[in-house]
Design a binder for this molecule. Structure first.
Ligand SMILES: [Zn+2]
Length: 392
């Protein structure tokens, strides 16, 4: 019997990816079906369904699931679910589909068939309602709102099977862990309580400090990075991975940190996204998720502690993966060490704070980066990347 936290929803993991031995035949069959185009966010959701990260979902949501997840953070059967997972199509495409029909899901950018869906429902949604609840704003310049507002007019719900994982397994190799695999790895190491640390950036000393606080109170830390589409200017995943690995190899005991990545695309839904990040990590076998300041936020849409507070509003048993709420971390020259906003009594003028813009500037111009800010092994890798950009 596993000592790890059970998958979400009370059952076992529900990966929807067809076994590799049967995939060729299933793909040939799907190629003969009507192909419908899906966006990069929907592709990412299909991969998440495929690997079992969205357990217990069996496909893209129908109307009742959509509505319950938006307004009550529940599936129709009462299981906790904080963000709707939907597929949208232009009306003319939706009109050409019959309920009961099987269709192939094709990446709108490449045309590759990635999955198959049985149409159970066609429905329209109140987008304002979705955005108001999920993003707490209907401001069309919010990147998550913008995607919902520009999606197809009709939602299609129904069970899916995934027929591909795209380029992820080949591109990221050992970094690409499915929930079954992360669970097996935790068991192999004898870990029971595991903290997930979500990142889409290289890790500087403040992130290292966060991860270490989490590792102190659990058996190990699962440094889990976003491999889905990023914002412009973000550091590519290959570079990030090497920088994070340099930090792990030089500053963490062996057997205390694992680095992995998953194919999610950020929605920037702040508090609601923190909740789904925890739900997903429960499926990966993590008992805790590090929730820092402004988790999954963007701009100034969310107050710094909103993503921590929302966990307190959940009902008993909604989510077994618990937040490790940690305040902002930094180097304090008065404390003479790493510190957090919760315990350091000193004026912020004694704290080292380096903006993202300033970091890029220091790295690309070859300026010295304070050792209190970033580890030299990490700096070397980032500097090499920025240098390659400058000469490209
Ligand atoms: Zn201090």
């Amino acid at each position: 019997m596993s000592k790890l936290v059970p998958p979400h929803g009370g059952g076992s993991l529900n990966p929807l990816l067809v076994l590799i031995a049967n995939r060729g035949e299933a793909l040939r069959r799907a190629e003969r079906l009507k192909k419908i185009p899906i966006t990069s966010r929907e592709v990412s959701d299909l991969f998440m369904l495929g690997m079992g990260a969205y357990t217990p979902l069996a496909g893209f949501m129908g109307y009742d699931e959509w509505r319950a997840s938006v307004t009550d953070m529940k599936l129709a059967n009462g299981v906790f679910w904080p963000i709707p997972i939907t597929l949208s199509l232009a009306r003319n495409i939706a009109d050409s589909l019959a309920v009961g029909e099987e269709v192939a899901l094709a990446d709108a950018e490449t045309g590759d068939v990635l999955g198959q869906l049985t149409v159970r429902e066609k429905y329209t949604i109140d987008r304002d309602l979705e955005c108001k609840h999920v993003f707490r704003t209907t401001d069309p310049t919010h990147p998550g709102v913008e995607k919902v507002m520009s999606q197809g007019e009709v939602n299609i719900g129904g069970p899916v099977i995934a027929l591909s994982e795209g380029e992820y397994p080949a591109k990221y190799k050992d970094l690409y862990l499915r929930p079954e695999e992360s669970r097996a790895e935790f068991e192999r190491r004898g870990w029971k309580q595991v903290a997930a640390f979500q990142t889409r950036n290289p890790m500087h000393r403040s992130h290292e400090h966060l991860a270490k606080i989490a590792a102190e109170v659990t058996d190990g830390i699962f440094i889990h990075q976003v491999l889905g589409k990023l914002k412009e200017g973000d550091i590519p995943a290959e570079v990030r991975t090497r920088a994070i690995q340099a930090m792990i190899d030089n500053y963490f005991k062996p057997n205390i940190a694992i680095q992995a990545g998953y194919p999610i695309e950020m929605r920037y839904a702040g508090p609601r996204e923190a909740l789904i990040h925890a739900l997903i990590r429960q499926n990966f076998g993590c008992s805790h998720l590090v929730v820092g300041r402004d988790h999954a936020g963007v701009g100034s849409y969310y107050a710094p502690l909103d993503a921590q507070r929302i966990f307190d509003e959940l009902w008993e048993g909604a989510l077994l993966c618990k937040p490790l709420k940690i305040d902002v971390t930094f180097y304090c020259y008065k404390c003479n060490g790493m510190a957090t906003g919760k315990t350091c009594p000193h004026d912020p003028k004694h704290h080292l704070s380096v903006s993202g813009t300033r970091q890029r500037e220091m790295l690309s111009k070859g300026e010295d980066v304070p050792a209190e800010f970033s580890r030299p092994e990490v700096v070397a890798i980032l500097r090499e990347y920025y240098r390659s950009l400058a000469t490209a």
